[in-house]
Design a binder for this molecule. Structure first.
Ligand code: G3I
Length: 302
């Protein structure tokens, strides 16, 4: 096939991108989106500050815009994200009573997942809960007020809210098998699987520097998959976007049968949160970069 999404589909995978609702009026952006990608992650529109800016008052306007675009163009949706310490309104981060915070967190998960029920392929239920350079959870209002059990609580609540959505844990800097953070997340997933805590997938954000993916990346993906979860590359971008780095990254996923899809974190370099590093597959004028061809061929196409 001659597009990323169609080629990924030949092996049962998806190829997606982050989308910003504010760009859906840009015709160059939308034409690339609908030609190349068969999955979408909202870049900011499903985060807590956007969906529940004040307690029990929900707003889904810009997220709904993205979901309806995806539905009318046959694109799967990844939901991003329910429980995260960033883009969290201050009314949540200032709660210091555990019973209150537990009910606020559970209500948020339940209301947001119910609103989108049946329309989301996979949810990033908990995002970035582990500390860099450590096997332990990071400090956050959830960790500090609810303790280690908050992740399990979030996943159990999520399963009840939409039993047909896949439930993912998503994080960055967990691509290198030798990193302490990777080991911390691996232990959590192994523990969840052994105790029947519902978890279906792990998202590896894959924000890489000019060195590209760690040499152990495929090992990491296959070790997690062996625990009985799907693995996905959820926010891929690579500083300077070398063809070799992109190709090696995509091949790591292609070599692991439970690596079910890849999402890049934006379409054109000018759409990226790190645009000065030119990390994406399309240049700012919308043309394909050499990394695009490398990805298409690593997916088996071209
Ligand atoms: O919404 C306000 C808008 O009202 C205001 O006019 C504008 C002016 O600066 O700012 C807007 O908010 C910005 C928001 O993006 C929407 O554009 C924030 O300042 C900005 O910080 C925010 O950045 C996002 C970042 O997450 C915040 O944490 C990036 O777009 C988004 O790409 C990035 O995505 C994260 C993933 O969710 C999780 N993993 C890491 C990844 C990269 O940081």
């Amino acid at each position: 096939a001659s597009t990323l999404g169609a080629q990924a589909a030949t092996s049962g995978r998806y190829f997606g991108t982050a989308v910003a609702a504010g760009r859906l009026g840009d015709s160059t952006y939308v034409s690339i989106l609908d030609r190349e990608f068969n999955a979408i992650t909202p870049e900011n529109e499903m985060k807590w500050d956007a969906t529940e800016p004040s307690r029990n008052s929900f707003s889904f306007g810009s997220a709904d815009q993205i979901v309806s675009h995806a539905q009318s163009h046959g694109q799967r949706m990844r939901g991003h994200t329910l429980v995260w310490h960033n883009q969290l309104p201050s009314w949540v981060s200032s709660i210091n009573d555990a019973n209150t915070l537990r009910s606020v967190m559970d209500n948020h998960i339940t209301q947001v997942m119910s609103h989108f029920k049946g329309k989301i392929y996979a949810w990033d239920v908990v995002n970035e809960a582990f500390a860099d350079g450590s096997t332990q959870h990071r400090s956050s209002v959830f960790q500090n007020v609810l303790g280690n059990g908050f992740i399990e609580e979030a996943f159990r609540t999520a399963r009840n809210a939409d039993p047909s959505a896949k439930l993912c844990y998503n994080d960055y800097n967990i691509e290198d098998w030798n990193a302490a953070k990777t080991q911390g997340v691996y232990s959590m997933v192994r523990d969840f699987k052994s105790r029947g805590v519902p978890i279906d997938c792990v998202g590896f954000q894959s924000h890489f520097g000019t060195g590209g993916p760690p040499s152990t990346f495929q090992t990491t993906l296959s070790n997690f998959a062996a625990l009985g979860v799907d693995v996905q590359l959820t926010e891929l971008d690579i500083a300077q976007a070398s063809s070799t780095n992109y190709s090696n990254t995509v091949r790591a996923c292609m070599n692991v049968s439970r690596c079910t899809g890849i999402t890049v974190w934006g379409i054109r370099d000018s759409d990226s949160w790190r645009s000065s590093e030119n990390p994406l597959l399309f240049s700012s004028n919308g043309s394909k970069k050499s990394a695009y061809d490398a990805v298409l061929s690593a997916l088996g196409g071209g």
